[in-house]
Ligand binder design. Sequence first.
Ligand SMILES: Nc1ncnc2c1ncn2[C@@H]1O[C@H](COP(=O)(O)OP(=O)(O)OP(=O)(O)O)[C@@H](O)[C@H]1O
Length: 305
Amino acid sequence: MPYIMQTDRLTKTIDGINLVEDVSIHVEKGEIYGFLGPNGAGKTTVMKMMTNLWKPTGGTVEAFGTVLGPASYEVLKRMGSIIEFPTFYDHLSGRENLWFHCEYMGYYNRKSVEEVLEMLRLTDSADKPVRKYSLGMRQRLGIARAIICRPELVILDEPTNGLDPAGMKQIRDLFCKLCTEYGMTFIISSHLLSEIEHIADTIGIISCGRLKDEISMDRISEKNTAFIELSAEDVRKAAYVLSDKLQLSNFKIVDDTNIRIYEADITVQKISKELMINGVDIVSIKKKTETLEDYFLKMTEEVRQ
Ligand SMILES: Nc1ncnc2c1ncn2[C@@H]1O[C@H](COP(=O)(O)OP(=O)(O)OP(=O)(O)O)[C@@H](O)[C@H]1O
């Protein structure tokens, strides 16, 4: 399967510190790829190398079948992006900024300017100087600029920064529309799973500069595991009963009151009975399924500890 964007053991080192290491990402044409990771995980660093803003210290970035290098101008013209915060000519209006961008890219299509202003709900403020734009409006204008020349691949670093919940939803719907109607491919970074779980086809999870997993959303649902969540007054005593009395080993103390038991062959009734016999007060005990959020947190937990 030829990928529209692929990185191979991508590494960036600054002052002897690896910001990211051996990151291999595979993005198929026409999909929405969610690039997820907590703050400081390395998302922007990878995206800077994907868009040729930073030169890798090791490994390669291959876009449209070509390894990026200093002379990759034609390849880069097929991409649109926002990396970190979009910057503009602040004294010019939103519309003028888009015109300039089109001219710079050699894309002479004034109709397209009006179209994207409409798509991003900026038509009413299109003539205002950008310095008077709110953070959310700047972000919308950044997205407008990233898609205006109908790029095949759009790389967006936390694109819904500064948007309210309704705005976020509208932008997410727009990405899906552009993906299905225009065949655009998106790589979208976020530190919030909830932001992209409903639109992504594949997710890559990065933590501490390393890719922890790359998995399709279909497969992730299959991976969801059932477990028993036990909430007890005294978790240490409960853990002792689980391991010493019931001979269970596959459980995890989540916090001061909760334990997750991942054993398939034991029932809630059997656990409750044994805990009661041993004088452990149960606050609640029930069977649950691990959510996507749990999966994401598990993958990135190294950072949080
Ligand atoms: N120019 C730089 N010089 C040195 N270290 C840097 C530089 N830029 C980023 N870093 C470090 O690299 C690591 C990864 O940063 P990066 O911005 O790629 O993470 P991120 O996942 O995009 O985070 P966020 O979600 O907060 O934007 C961080 O530890 C950061 O401090």
